[in-house]
Design a protein around this ligand. Structure first.
Ligand code: URA
Length: 258
């Protein structure tokens, strides 16, 4: 059957919502194991409408969500990558039933940073929340080796000048300047905790928060991401655990700007 009604490629949709690779999906299509509205579909470039079509993969009804969005509470010692030869990755923490092809972290936290990591296979969404132009704020709680002073609040708001790092991706192919000036950021001193501060940034430069404090001679001893956009890390989610986000929670990510 040549099924061409919808806007999404059937093979891509099945791979995104199951643990099957695109190659596995093609094999199943050839064997007639994928049914759309009760009929086997065999062509690899068939398209479907996820809002209407009933898709059955190897006898199982496919949950009709186009993309997957997971909140992970990252512990220390885990890397924000899809694969690593030596260390556990954030994907290793995703339980089998939540694994989808194309799932990847939307932005990176350092190995020793804890907190909210968003995992998704929606590349366009990921790009949007990471782009400094979309102004999606990321909120961090930093523990410091010294007490920050009030003058730093203004300095963060004006844009902290950082020494460039070879990992910085300026994205324009230009030679590295002597100093990189960060976009305005918010620094809040934490009442009753003199060596703690909350920082809100909308860029994601390499080691950005640590380097911003280092510009004032302060070392970050511990860093935790508390919130992405308007969505805080679920306080009931233990370290190392992850759970799917509701559509309303996904929308809250993009709702707050800075
Ligand atoms: N800034 C850092 O320095 N490290 C992180 O992991 C995130 C932001």
């Amino acid at each position: 059957m040549a099924y061409q009604k919808g806007s999404v490629r059937l093979d891509k949709a099945v791979a995104a919502q199951t643990q099957f690779s695109r190659k596995d999906v093609h094999k199943m299509l050839s064997r007639g194991q994928i049914l759309v509205n009760g009929l086997p579909v065999r062509n690899f470039d068939a398209r479907v409408d996820l809002s209407q079509d009933e898709i059955v993969v190897d006898g199982q009804l496919l949950a009709l969500t186009q993309y997957s969005y997971l909140m992970l509470h990252k512990p220390r010692g885990v890397v924000c990558a899809t694969a690593d030869a030596a260390l556990p990755t954030v994907l290793d923490l995703v339980p089998e039933e939540l694994r989808r092809s194309g799932l990847a972290p939307a932005g990176r936290l350092d190995k020793d940073t804890t907190g909210f990591v968003l995992l998704t296979n929606d590349g366009a969404f990921s790009h949007r929340i990471l782009s400094p132009r979309s102004h999606v704020p990321k909120t961090y709680l930093a523990l410091l080796d010294k007490t920050p002073d009030h003058s730093m609040v203004e300095a963060f708001a004006a844009g902290v000048a950082l020494s460039p790092d070879k990992h910085d991706n300026l994205g324009n192919g230009e030679a590295c300047p002597k100093k990189i000036v960060c976009m305005p950021a918010r620094l809040e001193l934490v009442e009753g905790a003199p060596r703690a501060a909350r920082v809100v940034i909308r860029q994601g430069m390499y080691h950005q928060v640590k380097r911003m404090f280092a510009a004032f001679g302060i070392t970050v001893t511990s860093l935790h991401r508390e919130q992405i956009g308007g969505l805080p890390l679920d306080p009931s989610l233990p370290e190392g655990a992850c759970r799917p986000l509701s559509a309303e929670e996904v929308a809250r990510i993009g709702m707050e700007s800075f």
